[in-house]
Design a protein around this ligand. Structure first.
Ligand SMILES: [Zn+2]
Ligand SMILES: [Zn+2]
Length: 246
């Protein structure tokens, strides 16, 4: 076990250095989009609108409260997916069938070949990379370099596998991202339209560019996350995963 473990760790290290590097960049990218959006919504447009008086102030208060609540939930669910282990196979996991038989022999290849061809339990599979049996619905992730329980997919946005233990956070992350980006798109829409109207637009070139960028980014995220959200809700209702569908 120790010998193969060391060899596997080295292979994974070589194979995944590039993807790991991409991983930290993805987290910075997400935080960058959040920063640009915060600057456009809070500091440039709706923060100053608080002092306009009348209906504008009421709208600004409502948008700012909703924006901050959704942002807290979005960041919480995001870092929950990033930091929660997707679910690894418990050490020395054996199928229930073996426990009933009372077999206590250490795992080896001959036992594997016997188990795989076992007509009583055809679903038992063996992972040659991890050198262990695979529980049902478990898949090997080549990026993480280990088997993941009920693996859905390896998500580059969260630099983690999405599996049995963090799938709930992943769904919440999709939901809050959709709500937040929709709110931002709708609240920046009047400012975006005013770019194409005639007459003087208030603001410096910098703030105008940030508002434009934030609108386009949030619209793009809202549309693509909506697609993922619908897909994953239908996957959950059918009790299946992205891998199993593919
Ligand atoms: Zn594996
Ligand atoms: Zn993975």
């Amino acid at each position: 076990m120790h010998r193969s473990g060391a060899a596997m760790a080295w292979n994974v290290f070589k194979f995944c250095t590039a993807l790991r590097g991409l991983g930290s960049i993805m987290i910075l990218l997400v935080l960058g989009v959040v920063g640009v959006t915060y600057y456009a919504v809070v500091l440039t447009n709706y923060g100053p609108a608080l002092y306009d008086g009348g209906l504008d102030s009421v709208t600004a208060v409502a948008v700012l409260i909703l924006f901050h609540c959704l942002l807290v939930m979005l960041l919480w669910s995001y870092f929950s997916v990033v930091l929660t282990d997707a679910g690894s196979v418990p050490p020395n996991w054996r199928p229930a069938l073996d426990e009933e038989r009372g077999e206590a022999d250490p795992l080896n290849a001959s036992e594997f070949s016997g188990a795989q061809s076992d007509p009583l339990n055809p679903r038992i599979r063996y992972c040659r990379k991890c050198n262990q049996l695979k529980p049902p619905r478990c898949h090997h992730c080549s990026v993480c370099g280990r088997c993941i329980l009920k693996m859905d997919h390896h998500c580059v946005w969260v630099v983690n596998c999405v599996g049995a233990l963090n799938y709930k956070y992943f769904l919440l992350f999709l939901l809050y991202t959709f709500l937040e980006t929709s709110l931002v798109t709708l609240s920046l829409l009047p400012h975006f339209i005013s770019f194409f109207s005639e007459g003087e637009i208030p603001g410096t070139p910098g703030t105008l560019a940030t508002t434009f960028l934030a609108f386009v980014l949030n619209l793009a995220f809202a549309l693509s996350v909506l697609g993922f959200l619908i897909m994953h809700i239908s996957l959950v209702s059918a009790n299946t995963t992205t891998i199993e569908v593919l």
